[in-house]
Design a protein around this ligand. Structure first.
Ligand code: ZDP
Length: 281
């Protein structure tokens, strides 16, 4: 099978051309084996470019490196946009930037735009804020979860929860470098307050327009970047009165520009995505 390897700020994915079939060409178990960094290709997940549904151009599905299937993937959809550009170019119908794709995902229609400078801007849609929709058992089902206490590893953390289609739990800390991510990440991910498990972000507010973030991803562990997580972090920062509606989020793999638009309440994420290599397995 042919595959392409892409990354968005070091959050890396195996891309599969699945345009001719509505079901992913490989199983979750095979995807997990491909993602293994010692016994496989190595990646944080596998992304399938599938035929569009309900009027969209394409469908994206993704398996995490443990084989679980998330609803959405922010860095991944930037990689997908670049991958589609390469596939269409190979077919002799290269898209002219700026070009917007409408992508069907388990989190609804998400639209990445190829920019003339090579970056990709993604209309990530509206953030989801009610506890029951995250989902989390914290707080009141019909209310937001903003700076509520959560006991993890013998400590009370003030957490804010946001779904960008996939669930996120955000904690603001003085120094992200001091967070023992390997130890506490899994305890957040599997905490009983999160029935669908959770992606966990630790955020240091350097300035209102500059956040530093480290992430423990559901189904993937520590990654160098998380696009949906960066969007969720900015929303959490605004809800806590800690940051502007437009900010740079610095991840271990590099920066993303995030905006929570006042005019349409939607989140816009801008960042790079790059092909690393192609291969067959
Ligand atoms: O929600 C989850 O289970 C995540 N692991 C999905 C992947 C999110 C991602 N890192 C992103 O950039 O949004 C790809």
């Amino acid at each position: 099978m042919e595959f392409s390897k892409y990354h968005g700020l070091g959050n890396d994915f195996i891309l599969v051309d699945n345009r001719h079939q509505v079901d992913p060409l490989i199983s979750p178990e095979t995807a997990a084996a491909w993602c293994d960094r010692h016994f496989g290709i190595g990646a944080d997940g596998v992304i399938f470019a599938l035929p569009g549904q309900t009027g969209t151009d394409y469908t994206m599905r993704i398996y995490n490196s443990d084989g679980s299937e998330p609803e959405m993937c922010g860095n991944g959809i930037r990689c997908l946009a670049k991958y589609l550009e390469a596939l269409e170019t190979a077919d002799g119908r290269a898209p002219q930037a700026p070009h917007t794709y409408r992508i069907h995902t388990l989190a609804g229609v998400i639209s990445p735009t190829l920019q003339p400078d090579g970056q990709v801007t993604v209309d990530m849609g509206h953030p989801i804020l009610l506890a029951k929709d995250i989902p989390t058992t914290l707080g009141i089902p019909d209310d937001k979860v903003v700076n509520l206490p959560l006991a993890v590893a013998g400590q009370d953390w003030g957490v804010t929860c946001v779904s960008m289609g996939n669930p996120h739990c955000i904690t603001f800390v003085d120094d992200v470098a001091a967070v023992d991510l390997d130890k506490i990440g899994p305890q957040f991910e599997h905490h009983p307050a999160f029935p669908q498990r959770i992606n966990t972000e630790f955020i240091q507010v350097v300035r209102p327009d500059y956040l530093k973030m480290r992430v423990w991803e559901r189904g993937a562990g520590i990654t160098l970047a998380c696009g949906t997580g960066a969007c969720a972090a900015l929303v959490a920062g605004v809800l806590n009165g800690l940051c502007d509606r437009m900010a740079t989020v610095e991840l271990p793999g590099g920066p993303l520009r995030i905006e929570w638009s006042v005019t349409d309440d939607r989140i816009y994420m801008t960042g790079p995505a790059q092909q690393v290599f192609r291969g067959s397995i």
